[in-house]
Design a binder for this molecule. Sequence first.
Ligand code: NAD
Length: 362
Amino acid sequence: MGCFLYILSIMANLKKRTVKNPSLNSKTLLVCGGAGFIGSNFIRMVLDRYPRVRVINLDKLTYAGNPDNLRDIAHDSRYYFVRGDIAKQGKMMEICKEFRPDYIVNFAAETHVDRSVHEGATPFFQTNVLGTLKILEAVRAFPVSSFLQISTDEVYGSLSIKSRKRFTEESPLAANSPYAASKASADLLCRSFFKTYNVPVVITRCSNNYGPYQTPEKLIPFFVSQLMVGKPLTLYGDGRNVRDWIHVDDHNNAALRVLLSGVHGEIYNVGASTEISNIALVKKMLRHFKKSTNNIIFIANRPGHDLRYAVDASKIEKQLGWKPKHSFESAFLETIDWYKAHQQWMRRALKRIGTPNAHISH
Ligand code: NAD
């Protein structure tokens, strides 16, 4: 009898943890900002997984939106690309009216913190806030099953390097950079549309992503591009700032799970508990290139530079049964090798940017 009850309780627990994921087959998915780093990996994953999905990619193709990222699936009959700006008056309404999406994911954003600090925040608020508002208004007019807003752990601000604290979904919003402030503002807009109009919004707040197809102004591909032409690597301050890294495929698996099974109105942190200081990361990279630490140059710290990010992802793990699969040790080196092996992609991506990180270039 005891054994029987024990088995029953295990089955009940299993049932609780097994979240039913609806399928995207026979559905239309609108991806905003799908030509960037995370969005392009997301679209490829969705097309691989669902043979009968229809994917619309609405992207403005800024310097960060790169058609090369999706060249391999550009002629897939299930995939439609539309060049357009989510913030432009009427654009989202027009797209939603034409394609009647069942689901929407918003990756579209201005994303480079350094640009928000050194070049001005206006484009960040234009796309990240006004653009999100336009999506929410369109979802009100043309209801969907779920709208996923891709946010960031940077909305929580910074943690002390010495503490063991991690951000939970209850941590207060304490954005420190104009980029983070624009993302936090968008999160609040999403919350208000859920509370006021019952718009079916879910939000993910993920830590730093790594993987293929990242715009080479961001730390990992930028440093690889520097090393490949024999240039030094520039680190802010003493390089002790800590970031919490996750492979882009792990983030995208989480995003898909939240889109399909997340509770509307809820926020889900996404992270892989891989905290590493910038200096340690750069040393790993230099070892892989068989170069010495003499290739590092330390420069004055960035204003408002967050010390440490660390994400507690136990909510999505417990409630939606998601877990990261990649080990940083191997996937980080595979990522570096991917950039080394895709030199033409790198050259063309650098050309789109112009001079990446001109303010710190040597
Ligand atoms: P990215 O800069 O590589 O790509 C952004 C994409 O959005 C580009 O394709 C760009 O052309 C498009 N875009 C920009 N403005 C647009 C507009 N007005 N209308 C339509 N398209 C527009 O960014 P990413 O690193 O892939 O990040 C995607 C999302 O994930 C962002 O919302 C970002 O805040 C969030 N995020 C990123 C990370 C990370 O480590 N990269 C971590 C957490 C959250």
